[in-house]
Design a protein around this ligand. Structure first.
Ligand SMILES: [Zn+2]
Length: 339
């Protein structure tokens, strides 16, 4: 069925707020991610060159993750379920989305989104690959599944009824139940914020580093993108005020990991998918295409959504524009419910 944009928005809100079912399965997260994708699609850059490129970088990360799985490298949450093949399937899709917000995220299923603003800030492929490896580690470690379960426990029974309905009702009814549940969650008003814990982020850095280095990128540059963000003034959150490690501490941790690598790491090195000059060409191409994308109402909605999504992977504290976008979404939701 075809979702109206506002219905997709409701479903995605449901995702942002992490309201799932009691025993959250991979299948539920994958379906939820697919439904969220219908709300994000208008912002996806549909360009063969750029799509092929980001998919190639992603595929290389997935290959390295498969190797980690074979070598029994990963957190308990990765190995708890014997059915892990979906994580390494060709269905895992990597998208560039057109947005001025600096962000990257995964919905935990078979989709990952890299915002064009983040792509433009990258110095070369090492930066992009480091961010994507970190995001993929959230998938590998089932952090969205864990977070959804955690939030479910917080929200309590009122919302659980709606959320369970969304899951039990199947796709045909998911939107109406999802909308009700999303509204209830909004009323609770306490859940807007980060999706992953500090421990999740540290884990994503740890296993992301493994994927990134084993896939052939430069171990010295894993933390470079965070350094770029520090240089831009994004490390403003005070560590003790935040649930998340500072960017500076993550840069340090990355340097330490690189120092501790054995001589075998030299054998992992491979040329990047795109050389430095090719990478700059792709960045220009994305910049050009961003300008030509239509700016209709549905895209505006999607942009608002992209801005509202937590940026816990990158910035330690909630950002002002994110808060503003979340408030606007909440107003939209309330209006939608009155209708
Ligand atoms: Zn993260």
């Amino acid at each position: 069925m075809k979702f109206r944009t506002n219905q997709s928005v409701s479903l995605l809100l449901l995702f942002i707020l992490g309201a799932g079912g009691c025993a959250v399965t991979d299948r539920q997260i994958i379906d939820q991610a697919d439904q969220a994708h219908s709300g994000l699609k208008p912002a996806v850059i549909n360009d063969r060159e750029l799509s092929d490129y980001i998919q190639s970088v992603g595929d290389r990360i997935v290959e390295a993750a498969k190797e980690a799985d074979r070598n029994k490298v990963g957190p308990p949450s990765h190995f708890k379920d014997p059915d892990r093949d979906w994580m390494f399937s060709k269905k895992m899709q990597f998208h560039f989305v057109n947005s001025k917000t600096l962000n990257a995220f995964t919905t935990g299923g078979e989709h990952m989104y890299i915002y064009t603003a983040l792509f433009q800030l990258c110095q070369d492929e090492n930066d992009l690959a480091a961010v994507m490896s970190h995001e993929y580690a959230h998938v590998y470690s089932r952090h969205v599944q864990k977070g959804t379960q955690r939030q479910y426990a917080i929200i309590g029974s009122a919302l659980a009824v709606g959320a369970a309905g969304a899951l039990a009702g199947g796709k045909e009814h998911a939107t109406e139940y999802g909308s009700a549940a999303g509204g209830a969650a909004m009323a609770a008003g306490q859940l807007v914020g980060t999706t992953f814990t500090r421990g999740d982020e540290a884990q994503a850095d740890e296993y992301g580093f493994y994927f990134y280095t084993h896939a052939g990128w430069d171990p010295q540059l894993f933390g470079h993108f965070f350094q770029l963000m520090i240089d831009k003034g994004y490390d403003k959150g005070v560590a003790y005020l935040s649930d998340h490690p500072t960017l500076a501490s993550r840069v340090e941790a990355a340097k330490k990991r690189a120092r501790e690598l054995g001589p075998e790491a030299d054998r992992w090195r491979r040329p990047p998918v795109a050389s430095a000059s090719r990478f700059r060409e792709l960045q220009s191409r994305a910049a050009q295409l961003s300008k030509t994308l239509p700016d209709d109402a549905s895209l505006a909605k999607t942009q608002q959504l992209l801005a509202a999504i937590p940026r816990s992977c990158l910035t330690p504290a909630i950002q002002a524009d994110q808060l503003e976008a979340q408030k606007r979404l909440q107003r939209d939701m309330e209006e939608q419910e009155k209708r």
